[in-house]
Design a protein around this ligand. Structure first.
Ligand code: HEC
Length: 114
């Protein structure tokens, strides 16, 4: 009897972990949220900065910094409360910023080395 339930439990645990892994947000979802929440307007579509805010990518600062700064910014950036920007959305935005690759080293670009 117990064995039967344990078997079912194992099967459902395996399935839920498979589902959980496949449901991980993609960088595209992060970009959509980044655009939806207006980050792009100041930090640029790729987080490159230079509009009204500094660059965020490549190599974003640690996620803990984001959880603090984005909530309590008191400078030129408006603070985003948990109500406006849920924690899970901020994490997905962060994953998008992390996924942006570094540009090539200028030394590998011929025209910049003449
Ligand atoms: C109205 C313009 C504006 C919008 C919209 C905006 N920011 Fe900013 N952001 C700024 C400015 C300006 C700064 C620098 C100001 C400061 O340091 O107080 C900044 C700084 C930051 C920093 C700190 C960067 C560093 O290296 O110190 C982070 C992280 C950040 N923004 C993330 C975001 C995210 C994520 C969003 C969207 C949810 C967002 N910002 C939306 C203007 C904006």
């Amino acid at each position: 009897m117990i064995k039967k339930y344990l078997g079912r439990l194992t099967i459902s645990l395996v399935f839920s972990s498979v589902i959980f892994t496949t449901c991980k947000a993609s960088p595209e979802q992060g970009k959509a949220l980044y655009i939806q929440h207006g980050c792009w307007g100041c930090h640029g579509y790729e987080g490159q900065g230079g509009i009204a805010g500094p660059k965020l990518s490549p190599d974003p600062k640690p996620i803990d910094f984001y959880h603090g700064f984005v909530r309590y910014s008191s400078g030129a950036m408006p603070p985003y409360s948990e109500k406006i920007l849920p924690k899970k959305d901020l994490i997905v935005i962060y994953e998008f910023l992390q996924s942006i690759p570094k540009g090539p080293d200028y030394k590998t670009i011929q025209i910049l080395n003449n």
